[in-house]
Design a protein around this ligand. Structure first.
Ligand code: ADE
Length: 268
């Protein structure tokens, strides 16, 4: 059985409770597919007051997370002494990746999650405040990941997202029905529209073809809707999608499809 052990270093371990107990992650933990250990960085801060942040050298506003508590936490959690040249050199010796969640990191995509699945242990470090002391980046972490081009109040929510995305990919975590659903997504296209009962809701129907019971026609309709939607909303995805000759002909016939998304929300 494949399983992954996550160590999460955070100043706010209490944020994770609900997310890690419910539904798929909760089930995966019970089944032993994932283990999650939360570590409070404050416990590794020296001194009576266990200070974890300080003002930046050179001035400027905001508080910076100090290096010592985070280095100490990693050493304690992994039972390793970080050598002079820094932790990254230990990666080759089989020590797990240390991942800092930060808006400056590599953008999280399905492909990034799939690569991380190769490790049986991952250490996630959640930044807070204005940022972390640069020596954490230089001499401790091995990877930096961002979940999107926006600024969260800290890395905790990003760590939850990363654990969720990876957990779903562990073989055996999703049931068969869910896994089929996942497959259609991993082909690199957006999902086709879904409907369920009732067949008529407040005067709005369901496409006839879905009620026809004609499996091949339904499949063709779903594939075409996926292509149409991806072209309209995320044409950038088509470059890496697995497309058949029939898909390409269909897309070429569609030509320019205007986006059906709210035009008052711009991504630029
Ligand atoms: N911390 C703050 N913002 C973040 C983001 N977008 N991704 C990952 N970590 C973050």
């Amino acid at each position: 059985m494949t399983s992954i052990h996550f160590d999460i270093l955070t100043l706010f371990p209490e944020m994770f409770a609900g997310v890690f107990e419910a539904t798929i992650i909760g089930r995966a933990r019970e089944a032993g597919n994932v283990e999650i250990a939360l570590h409070n960085i404050r416990d590794y801060a020296p001194g009576k007051h266990r200070v974890t942040d300080d003002t930046p050298y050179g001035g400027g506003g905001g508080m910076i997370m100090k290096p010592e508590p985070i280095f100490n936490a990693v050493e304690a959690v992994l039972g390793v002494e970080i050598p002079g040249e820094g932790y990254p050199s230990l990666l080759e010796q089989g020590y797990p990746p240390l991942i800092l969640l930060t808006p400056q990191g590599v953008l999280l995509k399905q492909a990034v999650a799939r690569q991380l699945l190769a490790h049986e242990r991952l250490v996630l470090i959640c930044g807070r405040y204005e940022g972390v002391d640069e020596r954490i980046r230089q001499y401790l972490v091995t990877h930096e990941i961002s979940i999107g081009d926006y600024v969260l109040s800290g890395g905790e929510i990003a760590a939850m997202v990363l654990v969720d995305v990876i957990t779903r990919l562990i073989p055996g975590v999703l049931g068969n029905a869910e896994a089929t659903h996942k497959d259609s997504h991993s082909a690199g296209l957006l999902e086709y529209p879904h409907y369920t009962r009732p067949a008529e809701f407040r005067g709005h129907g369901v496409p006839d073809i879905l009620l026809s019971g004609h499996h091949a026609n339904v499949q063709q309709w779903q594939r075409r809707q996926s292509l149409r939607r991806t072209l309209a909303r995320r044409p950038d995805l088509l470059a890496n999608a697995e497309l058949s000759e029939a898909d390409r002909v269909y897309l070429a016939d569609l030509g320019d499809t205007p986006s059906d998304l709210n035009s008052d929300l711009s991504d630029s």
